[in-house]
Design a protein around this ligand. Structure first.
Ligand code: BEZ
Length: 219
């Protein structure tokens, strides 16, 4: 008889939808997603405490913490480890690397939050969360998701870059081109009608054609 492989059905969160609400035990006490309403939140998972790649990532997140705060962005980690393990690991990072971990870390022992966000990739590991990053805006909408494999540490510059790009998009109603960095020209969203296309070419933007216009950001 054909073998039936049953996988727990998980509905992955999707961009543009409300991020799933949760309440969780963290290294800074019980926290809910809704506690962060009005601020951006980066919710990220790591495979396990006391592992080397994750340690470099925690140091990386601590190093961009001040830059995130300037942008009204909170940070919260998660793994399927106990709060005692988290406490012991962050104390070890401080002792061995001289870096204090300023953000809370969820102890998701029953995998409740991990399942809600689809952080477990059974093909990679059935017992650990993958390296997921969820960017949630001040209205609680999921704006970006990044997934890295177990063996690849995340790029903190890219995470900051996406925050900068999303905040620029929201504030100025523009889009950002490949490899955009703050200060670079931005993309004027393409016109939706023939008339708007004609107008677009008269508006003083730097256009290659009616659909491809850039402009400098003021301020
Ligand atoms: C690490 O963080 O070093 C690691 C964790 C899980 C698998 C491979 C590496």
């Amino acid at each position: 008889m054909e073998e039936v492989i049953r996988e727990e059905s998980v509905r992955l969160p999707r961009l543009g939808e409300k991020a799933p609400e949760f309440e969780a035990v963290t290294t800074q006490g019980k926290l809910k997603l809704s506690d962060f309403k009005g601020s951006w939140l980066i919710l990220f998972s790591h495979p396990a405490d006391f592992t080397p790649v994750c340690t470099t990532e925690f140091i990386g997140f601590a190093e961009i913490y001040d830059e995130l705060q300037k942008r009204n962005v909170h940070l919260m980690g998660l793994s399927i480890d106990s709060v005692y393990s988290h406490i012991s690991w962050v104390r070890n990072i401080e002792e061995k690397f001289g870096i204090k971990i300023p953000f809370p870390v969820i102890a998701d022992l029953n995998k409740e939050v991990a399942k809600l966000y689809g952080m477990i990739m059974p093909g990679e590991s059935k017992t650990e969360t993958s390296r997921c990053v969820f960017l949630i805006d001040p209205e609680g909408i999921l704006r970006a998701m990044i997934y890295y494999p177990l063996t690849t540490g995340r790029n903190m510059d890219e995470i900051l870059r996406i925050i900068d790009a999303l905040q620029t998009t929201d504030k100025h109603h523009v889009a950002t081109p490949a490899n955009w960095r703050p200060g670079d020209k931005v993309i004027v969203p393409p016109p939706a009608t023939q008339e708007a296309a004609e107008e677009r070419l008269k508006q003083g933007f730097e256009c290659k054609d009616w659909y491809f216009c850039k402009k400098k950001m003021e301020g």
